[in-house]
Design a protein around this ligand. Structure first.
Ligand code: C2E
Ligand code: CA
Ligand code: CA
Length: 377
């Protein structure tokens, strides 16, 4: 028995972070204390469940104790706490009662807090729905115009949309993490590229659009650094006979940080094929200026957070000015996003920002709406 408990502790310990604590509090009861989880209920539910799943996965393989192979099963009860007046005994009791409920319900993970538990169940349903969304053609792409200082449309940003049959539109911020977890991002991304290619074909016939227009596509970090990413993209493009010169690839600073060397090589390859590369949400990550100058970047996007600050403070304006200065030094095109009011537009154009994107110009639209919009401006 003791040897088994030791073996279990070792395996659980190995899947935890160094900041987490693991204790056996008696018999076959273990307590794991996780520190500094997110304040957002959604993120917190997701992160704690994913840790619980990792912990449970250590029981997938049998344990070998005293030359015997033993199968062990486990359940997890989760209790969330924060702030003051924390009573440890109470927390543990509540976590324990959640664990017993897990046994009752024959679930592997149950939260003590009912709201969080409901949230978890909802997320699980959503995951299930998302797996079917692709086949049911519920996922589509919206387009948000980018205009130059004369108001001419120079391009669009392609933004993924999931129209849930009951829940309506679900934000990409919400479903992309689920898609990543389910490993269906490659299929979703391909869908976006197919959509974008067909739109390029439509736009190439439209004279109201600048001849050198581009459509920007967002790529998540885990997609971008994959070896087969370039092949996946170019094969869709060649099927539709669309030139890479029609496509800007948007990545965030976070993408660069995950694996800078891999990302850099990927960027160089893509750029040599004719794609433009854009750094999205510039200034919100931790990119170091030292390697920024080494990166093959064609465009920098000023994040909405900075555009919002233009109204409010001199400091806010200074940050935007610095980003613009920097982008110019690096010979990058500058796009400001999230432009909602005329005064922001004026300021940004006075500072020589190349492209404007935001509700002030137009919201993201379906292709049909976009075509109507285009002929009315
Ligand atoms: P993002 O790339 O920063 O996209 C800009 C977001 O700001 C979009 O949200 C857009 O609808 C919104 N927006 C644009 N102008 C305004 C404005 O004037 N005011 C306000 N309040 N919002 C504005 P959306 O469409 O919900 O997309 C959220 C995020 O989801 C995107 O942020 C992007 O990171 C991600 N995403 C969207 N489509 C894809 C995709 O195909 N692939 C990947 N990997 N990520 C995607
Ligand atoms: Ca973007
Ligand atoms: Ca952005």
């Amino acid at each position: 028995g003791d040897a088994l408990v030791v073996a279990i502790s070792k395996r659980i310990g190995a899947v935890l972070d160094h900041r987490d604590s693991l204790a056996r509090i008696g018999g076959d009861d273990f307590v794991i204390l996780l520190d500094a989880m997110s304040d957002s209920l959604k993120t917190l539910t997701r992160d704690t469940t994913s840790i619980a799943t990792k912990v449970l996965s250590v029981f997938d393989k049998h344990f070998k104790v005293a030359d015997k192979l033993l199968r062990v099963s486990a359940r997890v009860g989760i209790n969330v706490f924060g702030g003051e007046n924390v009573v440890p005994e109470k927390l543990i009791n509540q976590a324990e009662s959640a664990m017993y409920r897990a046994k009752e319900l024959n679930e592997r993970v149950v939260f003590f807090d009912e709201t969080i538990q409901k949230n978890l169940i909802e997320q699980l349903h959503l995951e299930y729905d998302l797996e079917h969304a692709l086949n049911n053609e519920e996922v589509t792409v919206y387009y948000q115009p980018q205009v130059d200082k004369t108001g001419r449309v120079k391009g669009f940003e392609a933004l993924m949309r999931w129209e849930h049959p009951e829940k309506g539109f679900i934000s990409p911020v919400e479903f992309i993490p689920l898609a990543e977890k389910l490993d269906i991002m490659p299929q979703l991304q391909e869908l976006v590229f197919r959509h974008v290619c067909s739109v390029v074909k439509v736009m190439e016939r439209d004279e109201s659009i600048a001849e050198n227009f581009r459509i920007a596509v967002n790529i998540s970090a885990c997609q971008f650094i994959k070896d087969d990413f370039e092949k996946a993209v170019t094969s869709v493009l060649s099927r539709y006979e669309v030139s890479p010169e029609r496509i800007t690839i948007e990545i965030t600073e976070g993408t660069l940080l995950t694996e800078i060397d891999v990302a850099m090589r990927q960027m160089k390859r893509l750029q040599s094929l004719g794609f433009d590369l854009s750094i999205d949400d510039f200034g919100t990550g931790y990119s170091s200026l030292a390697y920024l100058q080494k990166l093959p970047v064609n465009e920098i996007k000023i994040d909405k957070r900075f555009v919002d600050e233009l109204e409010h403070s001199d400091a806010g304006r200074s940050i935007v000015d610095v980003i613009i200065y920097l982008a110019k030094q690096l010979s990058c095109r500058i796009v400001a996003e999230g432009v909602e009011i005329e005064s922001q537009l004026r300021y940004l154009l006075d500072q020589d920002v190349d492209l404007i994107q935001g509700y002030f110009v137009a919201k993201p639209m379906s292709l049909e709406t976009l075509l109507v919009w285009q002929h009315n401006i």
